[in-house]
Design a protein. Sequence first.
Length: 249
Amino acid sequence: MRSKIVAGNWKMNKNGEQTKELLRALSGGFPETEAEVMVAPTFVNLTNAVFQLKNSPIEVIAQNMHYAENGAYTGEISADMLQNIGVNTVILGHSERRAYFGETDELLAKKVTTALNHSLRVMFCFGEELEDRKADNHFKVVESQLKNALFSLDAAKWSNIVLAYEPVWAIGTGETASPEQAQEMHAFIRKTITEAYDETIANKVSILYGGSVKPANANEIFSKPDVDGGLIGGAALKADDFKAIINAI
Ligand code: PEP
């Protein structure tokens, strides 16, 4: 059985006080669910969030990390630093990191390797741009993103990977992939992993959908057989919306 997961990526939102408040609001009347629920506040608020959620089912995860163990990388955060404060999962490859900070598949392959070597769980994001979809290149793009960043990994490492398919044209735009488009791509991703590894790995990996998931559309998207949950941006910043999305799974 694959894990169902709902994760909130808070991006560069919420200062310390606001983080505390949102976590308080989320924890009150927290939905009964078998899904794993995660939130990714900014780096400076991770320690406090871990402390605040100590006895909570909500896991605190990081939005990024550097591939090096340590050293002269001003402004960066290492895998060890995350683990040391009790963070065990890291988002890597978000399209905003790729677009605004020049993160390439090659760089991401290094980050993924470092994270997994530290036994961090990796939530690996990928997805095509609008032009790719319009040109009917979306399957090729997704396949190459997976191949370049993940397919050199030993099979055993896949137990610590979660995938998040996020078509770039659907992130923060209000435009969601239809449930059918999501299912079609998720099934393609599983087929691609089966070809690169085997069916067991492909069937075990959780594949989340991300891109303008809201309380109004979550149910339909999550009902698709290859969609194992969601990575949520905007709607994760409102406790009621995020809880409604958790309820939808
Ligand atoms: C995201 O940034 O990962 C995301 C899915 O954002 P939104 O839900 O706002 O589209």
